[in-house]
Design a protein around this ligand. Sequence first.
Ligand code: FCA
Length: 335
Amino acid sequence: MSRLLLTLSLLVCLLASCSKPPASYDTGPAAPPKIKLGFLVKQPEEPWFQYEWKGAEVAAKKYGFDLIKIGIPDGEKTLAAIDSLAANGAKGFVICTPDVRLGPAIVAKAKAAGLKVITVDDRFVGADGNFLTDVPYLGMSARKIGELSGRTLAEEMQRRGWAAADTAACIVTFEELDTARERTEGIIAALQAAGFPADRIYKTPQKTTDIPGSFDAANALLAQKTGVKNWLVAGMNDSGTLGAVRATEGNGFAAANVIGVGINGTDCLDELRKPSPTGFHGSIYASAPQEGFLTSEMLYLWVTEGKEPPLDTRTDGRLITRENFEAVLQIEGIL
Ligand code: FCA
């Protein structure tokens, strides 16, 4: 090779090594890692909580954070979930706890791990029985929503022309949970305010907050209270009412003799879609996707901008029935 060629090729090599790498290798400054936020719910099998997660996913997409969804059916799983969030570098979590009395332990664990906490639906209670009011909370206007359920029962009873003397109310309760107690107290207060006799309103406690739990509770009551022609049926959520409606069916009551009203509006869609009406008349719909979105958004802004969330935010409800549920839930993005 001539000296000239050698010099030229050396020059080319030198130029090539000095020049910038091809654009495809130039990735620019590394993207900051996405923030991770948890969303922990006590009953992941309940559609209500699945729709909350859906709302939280919308917030995650909007703000570009990673959402870690974990089901926490008991205390042990709850504390383990917080450990796992911390190990994964999460900055905080929204939680609907399986037991409100776990509140102080959850707060202590979250603090130790530097995680921010927002509660949704079920508010933490301290050892003294009072709410932990310094932990941000978002949930239903429980009393108001209960009252709407009670008014709906009374109005539908009037529309059907039932006499109070032929009718009784079966209210499935879960009084150890404040939001549940406030709802069922609201139902009872509204029934009485509408003139329904207090001594024909029967409470029956459910041991578990699912359909089998309310079915058992209502069955026990129906076995005791014979001689009732028509039943008004309600509870703290759709499952509470659905189980009780199933119990009326099992005890021989026709759909025409039962008016059931639920709360949530998310867990009764198959029921409202049934070709013939059942005793389940409708539900007070409160927006689960909105609650999931808002709590996640609050948490994100708290973590990233230091914007403190409001300590107590309440959401409202509206009646859905077989007639309007599709239209309402389409607007809500549920259907
Ligand atoms: C409680 C109930 C849920 C839902 C929520 C808003 O957590 O268990 O079904 O009603 O409040």
